[in-house]
Design a protein around this ligand. Sequence first.
Ligand code: NAP
Length: 249
Amino acid sequence: MNPTNIASSKVAIVTGASRGIGAAVARRLAQDGFAVALNYATGSAHADALVAELKAAGASAIAVQADVSKAGDVRRMFELTERELGKVDVLVNNAGVLKTVPLADTSDALYDQTFDINVRGTFNTLREAAARLNDGGRIVNFSSTTLALNMPGYAVYNATKAAVEAFTHVFAKELRGRGITVNAVAPGPIATSLFLDGKTEEQIRAFASMPPLQRLGQPEDIASVVSFLAGPGAGWVNGQILRANGGVA
Ligand code: NAP
């Protein structure tokens, strides 16, 4: 890696950065010159390895354990980041979970877990960011293209992402006067464990053939979109949902 220092001395928090899309986003923002706090819930080994990789390449990075569904953890994540790297400029709300189950078969526990992480987790970090983010900062939330596809099995997950999109539109307006943009990226199918786990080869092939670009997305496809939204070129994009999905919907 050769950090380009576009953002030298700027600080980014990426939630759920131990693997999948979040790890690719952390790598990309480090390349862009951000000092990056990589949040994880349980995957300390993955997060620590990625921090070591980024530091070896000349970037500033720390790993921060926090369950985003817990307000106290999120406060601690911001405090630690401020102490170690400085005040936060960019918040990427990537942490999320998906289990596809028909609504009628969804347990109370799965409903609670999905809403706690995807919705309350985003709410917790946004509320904390309102008080702590530097003026001129950037917030990138994570929705999903599944919201536009209405496939069976996605009712609860899509409901959580609809809430994230609602937060995005309203919070962008509530931060009037601070120069902070709030946007969301809505990926289509991306080859991570969230998407791949539990699917047959045939199901994966069917998803890969859906977009006119005829492949699954890769985490780096989304990382470059987040890089754009977090960077100087997107300063006039605010309150928007960017569907990055190869044209599937
Ligand atoms: P993934 O590979 O399963 O990774 C999920 C990440 O979230 C992991 O780093 C995990 O950390 C973290 N995480 C889970 N629960 C957490 C919690 N309570 N607190 C903090 N971190 C937590 O998922 P992904 O595919 O990269 O998905 C990232 C985001 O993109 C999600 O918001 C997802 O809804 C969205 N998305 C994904 C796709 C897709 O096809 N993959 C499509 C559309 C949208 P630990 O391992 O440490 O627990």
